[in-house]
Write a protein that binds this ligand. Structure first.
Ligand SMILES: NC(=O)c1ccc[n+]([C@@H]2O[C@H](COP(=O)([O-])OP(=O)(O)OC[C@H]3O[C@@H](n4cnc5c(N)ncnc54)[C@H](O)[C@@H]3O)[C@@H](O)[C@H]2O)c1
Length: 254
């Protein structure tokens, strides 16, 4: 989409599949080298290999974003293999859905660990390269669930928390040429929504058709719908957009 990004290095977490993989491909097409990070090391390598086969630059790195030492090592590997990253997309995510009275402490901690602790650790590790460069872009994946969603007390809390993190870090890093924004996807067709349908015992097509009834544009989202906005937000053209939460849900909310 842009030619201003050539030579920059991006890190995308949770990029083995779904929205993260589509984002890694989009940024590579924009000319960025991409550190493809994921808990699933084989999946991360597959995303990176496909980018390299297509003529781009990428490296797959296995990491648990909730583990501080692993995050530090993963960012060092990206620096060594691709160069210092100045773009970070905090996309790694998990769901552990249940109604509040059935939600376990493990369900709560797992979701907070990946979304909140993971985004904090990754952003803290990468921001030093952005500050050194006097330029940077952070995009955090929130969700329409931040507005409230039955069975997701843990996930909606984490996704709302990411909005506060986004706004505060935008204030702290703006003077260094760094913008920080959040995207709140609605219903996107990925393994995450397919797993939700399976857990509810509903065929995915039926689950999606039910969701579409409440989506003004009349379809569910594709990973590329999110990747396209990331592509813009990390470009030079988006330098005056910061601290914002942009819902991408086919309507004002899902
Ligand atoms: N699919 C949707 O409808 C939807 C809607 C709103 C927000 N989101 C958010 O978008 C992001 C991507 O979602 P998706 O639908 O592509 O999900 P997905 O489940 O298809 O992919 C998530 C990826 O994150 C990785 N991951 C999980 N825990 C990790 C960890 N600790 N460290 C590193 N990687 C880890 C997984 O291995 C997986 O590859 C998530 O943050 C999700 O919460 C998705």
């Amino acid at each position: 989409m842009t030619s201003d990004s050539g030579g920059r290095v991006a890190v995308v977490t949770g990029a083995a599949r779904g929205i993260g993989a589509a984002t890694a491909r989009a940024l590579a097409a924009d000319g960025l080298a991409v550190g493809v990070l994921d808990l699933d090391g084989a999946g991360a390598k597959a995303t990176a290999d496909a980018i390299v086969t297509g003529g781009g630059r990428a490296a797959g790195v296995a990491v648990d974003v909730a583990d501080a030492d692993a995050v530090s090592d993963a960012v060092d590997r990206v620096v060594a293999e691709l160069g210092a990253p100045t773009v970070l997309v905090n996309n790694a995510g998990v769901t552990r859905d249940n109604l509040l009275f059935k939600l376990t402490e493990g369900d709560w901690d797992a979701v907070m660990g990946v979304h909140l602790r993971g985004t904090f650790l990754m952003t803290r590790a990468v921001q030093k390269h952005m500050v050194a460069a006097g330029w940077g872009r952070v995009v955090n994946l929130s969700s329409t669930s931040a507005l409230g969603n039955r069975g997701q007390a843990n996930y909606s809390t984490a996704k709302a928390g990411l909005q506060g993190f986004t706004k505060t870090v935008a204030i702290e890093l703006g003077r260094y040429g760094v913008t920080v924004n959040a995207i709140g996807p609605g219903f996107i067709d990925t393994e995450m929504t397919r797993a939700t349908a399976a857990r509810l015992g509903v065929p995915f097509d039926e689950f999606a058709a039910h969701a579409v009834k409440d989506i003004p544009v009349g379809r569910v989202g594709r990973p590329e719908d999110i990747a396209d906005l990331v592509s813009f937000l990390v470009s030079d053209r988006a330098g005056f957009v910061s601290g914002q939460v942009i819902y991408v849900a086919g309507g004002p909310r899902s």
